[in-house]
Design a protein around this ligand. Structure first.
Ligand code: PMP
Length: 397
């Protein structure tokens, strides 16, 4: 097994979660819609674990949690559901330029359905420009959707201020909290969002399950029609083992999040300092302070991100160039371009995301291997200026 430093793409399922789930796979397997005692048991499990997910984000009413098949579906339900529900009020939606690809593509779909979408720009650190956001709002705006934090460069958005703006202009506000949910506590009573996307795997629960928080009174049109489960917002027999796992993961995360975030921040800061000090012409992407405690995102002049990943792979270190969901495209990251980087700069990126299994020795191994790999790649590149090769040699010798 590699030194795994790609936790934004996938996380292992916590063994405490697995033990809780197992019984619901083969013993307590009934459908909560059934009227017999076994069905009642499934209904009880559904309520108990829905309550745990609600508690995780301090939602007063467990019914505000709508279980889905994952964050992509939650984002679809939030954006398409709200757009369709409110189309008589207006047809304008605002997202940011650096949203996750699921939001970007849903927005394109809505444009094809006749909605107008504005994309609010970000600054050089990947933080949404609040001044621009307010200027984009019109009397036709029905929804703003901006993530809590960037899933790529880890910049934390001014969510409270965005939420205040949405309240002031009486617009629905949705936030995708997936990138931050394992390292930043969420309190929907402190930040009164209307809708919030959660994923189970991002807090060490199973994949294939997620949730959309819908504040009391907020209505969206369902996008999956059928037997009327989840108060009619999301039909289909409930994935009880998945929901149990998600609820257990949420309970554990709530108890451990502050301590874990503080631990990861120390490791992250060690890595950032070490890389920037030992590798010439290396830079941190994203905000130096307002960033997720488990995220370090670098770029290196005269280096291709993909070659770095292959070099690290040879050393059994698993890292990424950016978002896993966009990794199949050859285009540079839309987030880095929105932050003002040139195409060649965006192509030289490395994204490191830590998790519960990350230890200091993993950081040390990366600090040990990466400078050597960068040096080797630069020696091979015809673009590397001779003075940098000289500097590289001085630093690494
Ligand atoms: N939003 C964000 C911020 C993500 O990082 C991801 C991917 N983990 C998603 C949405 C989509 O999640 P999924 O692929 O589980 O539906």
């Amino acid at each position: 097994m590699s030194v795994y430093l790609d936790h934004q793409a996938a996380k292992p399922v916590d063994s405490r979660v697995i033990s809780e789930m197992t019984i619901y796979l083969n013993q307590k397997f009934a459908n909560p819609a059934s009227l017999h005692c076994d069905g009642d048991e499934a209904t009880d499990a559904l309520s108990e674990f829905r309550r745990k997910v609600a508690d995780f984000i301090n939602a007063p009413d467990p019914d505000s949690i709508i279980f889905t098949s994952g964050a992509t579906e939650s984002n679809n339900l939030a954006l398409i559901g709200a757009a369709m529900r409110n189309k008589k009020k207006g047809n304008h939606i605002i997202i940011s330029e650096i949203e996750h690809i699921s939001i970007l593509n849903i927005a394109k779909y809505l444009e094809r359905q006749g909605f107008e979408v504005s994309r609010v720009p970000v600054d050089q650190y990947g933080i949404v420009r609040l001044d621009k956001l307010e200027r984009l709002i019109t009397d036709k705006t029905i929804l703003v959707s901006i993530s809590m934090a960037s899933n790529e460069v880890g910049s934390i958005q001014p969510i409270k201020k965005i939420s205040d703006l949405a309240v002031k202009h009486k617009i629905l506000f949705h936030t995708d909290a997936v990138a931050s949910e394992s390292v930043m506590p969420i309190d929907v009573q402190q930040i009164p969002v209307d809708m919030l996307t959660l994923s189970s795997n991002d807090i060490y629960g199973p994949r294939g399950v997620g949730a959309l928080y819908l504040k009391k009174g907020v209505r969206v049109n369902p996008i999956i029609i059928g037997g009327g489960q989840e108060r009619g917002f999301r039909s289909g027999s409930e994935n009880i083992p998945g929901i149990v796992g998600f609820g257990k993961a949420a309970e554990i995360m709530k108890a451990e999040i502050n301590e874990e975030a503080a631990r990861l921040k120390v490791l992250r800061d060690k890595l950032i300092k070490g890389i920037l000090e030992t590798i010439p012409k290396s830079y941190l992407n994203g905000h130096p302070e307002k960033r997720l405690p488990h995220n370090a995102h670098f770029r290196f002049d005269y280096i291709e991100g993909e070659s770095l990943i292959l070099g690290l792979k040879d050393e059994k270190i698993a890292a990424a160039t950016g978002s896993a969901c966009s990794s199949k495209t050859l285009e540079p990251s839309h987030t880095l371009i929105a932050m003002g980087l040139l195409h060649q700069e965006a192509h030289g990126s490395l994204m490191i995301t830590f998790g519960r299994d990350t230890k200091e020795e993993h950081v040390n191994k990366l600090l040990d291997k990466l400078p050597v790999i960068v040096k080797r790649l630069r020696l091979l590149s015809p673009l590397t200026p001779p003075d940098l090769i000289k500097k590289n040699n001085e630093v690494n010798e």
